[in-house]
Design a protein around this ligand. Structure first.
Ligand SMILES: [Zn+2]
Length: 245
């Protein structure tokens, strides 16, 4: 499996996408990625992530989202190395090892995708601001956890599957992360509204869709939130998301 999964593009044109395309071989640039050891802690001045970061502070917000998703990833699958995360500042770009539906390997401020060829999640500041500013912190966290889900599908040794199966499962995995946040009290009622608003803008319809319909996406996120990571196996035949090897 060598593929790219993109959550969404930005602004009105962006949130609908979560594109999935075949990967290509281009060298990634040596910009330092964000790893678990380099992310910054949440600002002490803000009691919650919502209404805390401005549009020019999306790198800091993204680092916090990555920190929380990494913590969940290490808790659930300590045997699977974390992906790299690269947050693209506005006006900058990087060459990923994957290409999008137009054959373009560039990741920029609008990026929100996982590239399996370099096991990196690319997140652009503008994309993060759209998710965070338009929908709320929980929506942005869902996107990051969804992309980690694609890494788990790839690096965790999951079976081959259709794009739609993988996208619905990634939504479920993202939901399982939100469920964990609900357990510890981080995920609250206002966060449910974030999810209720982003899913209609990022769902697809029609027989050739690569991402779930609103019903599919909603039920996948809800299942993961209610039943946890292993419940997401049902979306991909032969999947075993709990396997440790
Ligand atoms: Zn995806």
């Amino acid at each position: 499996m060598n593929r790219t999964a993109r959550f969404a593009a930005v602004a009105a044109t962006v949130v609908g996408a979560f594109l999935a395309t075949a990967g290509a071989a281009t060298a990634a640039e040596p910009t330092p990625p964000i790893g678990a050891a380099t992310v910054q802690p949440v600002r002490s001045a803000c009691p919650e992530l919502d209404d805390c970061y401005g549009p020019d502070e999306m790198s800091a917000f993204g680092a916090e989202a990555v920190r929380q998703v990494n913590r969940y990833a290490q808790q659930m699958r300590p045997d699977v190395p974390l992906p790299l995360y690269r947050i693209l500042e506005r006006g900058t770009s990087a060459t990923s090892s994957c290409v999008d539906g137009y054959g373009d390997p560039e990741a920029d401020e609008n990026a929100a995708f996982y590239c399996s060829a370099d096991q990196t999640v690319y997140l652009g500041e503008e994309a993060l601001w759209t998710f965070y500013g338009s929908y709320g912190d929980a929506a942005a966290m869902l996107v990051v956890a969804h992309e980690w889900g694609h890494h788990l599908q790839f690096a965790g040794g999951g079976p081959e599957a259709t794009d739609l199966e993988l996208e619905n499962q990634a939504d479920c995995i993202g939901g399982s992360f939100l469920g964990e946040l609900a357990h510890d009290g981080t995920f609250r009622l206002r966060d449910v509204a974030d999810i209720a608003r982003i899913l209609p803008d990022s769902s697809e319809n029609g027989p050739d869709r690569t991402h779930g319909s609103l019903t599919e996406r909603t039920s996948a996120v809800a299942l993961g939130a209610a039943r946890g990571l292993t419940a997401c196996d049902r979306y991909v035949p032969g999947s075993d998301l709990a396997t440790t090897f």
